[in-house]
Design a protein around this ligand. Structure first.
Ligand SMILES: [Zn+2]
Length: 114
């Protein structure tokens, strides 16, 4: 049964280690990486992760004027008009080619939407 024991233990230890590494820099809560909130300051073009325990904000991505967020992790999402955050996936989910992320691709702006 030792194999089963390690098969369970190692992923748990890994999760704890990841949570510990990603703990809130301000209050140290390790649930931060699972329970953090998100907010964006469109005026400054920055997206933040917010500790829902102490409110500490960390700039973790960029946001454009439409509310579309590109996180430093490569994930993408959008802030809706009511402030709700919705994940839209990963910026390189169309393949593992080294496509540059489309910062300069969307010139003209404002044409998106419905
Ligand atoms: Zn905190």
């Amino acid at each position: 049964m030792e194999v089963l024991f390690f098969a369970v233990l190692i992923p748990i230890l890994f999760l704890i280690a990841v949570a510990y590494i990603n703990r809130c820099k301000s209050c140290g809560t390790i649930t931060y990486s699972f329970r953090k909130a998100r907010c964006a300051d469109i005026d400054s073009g920055k997206a933040y992760l917010v500790c829902n325990k102490c409110g500490h904000k960390v700039c973790a991505g960029s946001v454009d004027e439409t509310g579309t967020v590109l996180w430093n992790t490569g994930h993408t999402g959008v802030f809706l008009d009511d402030g709700e955050y919705k994940s839209t996936g990963h910026s390189d989910r169309n393949g593992f080619h080294s496509n540059p992320i489309g910062y300069s691709d969307g010139s003209g702006g404002g044409g998106g939407g419905e």
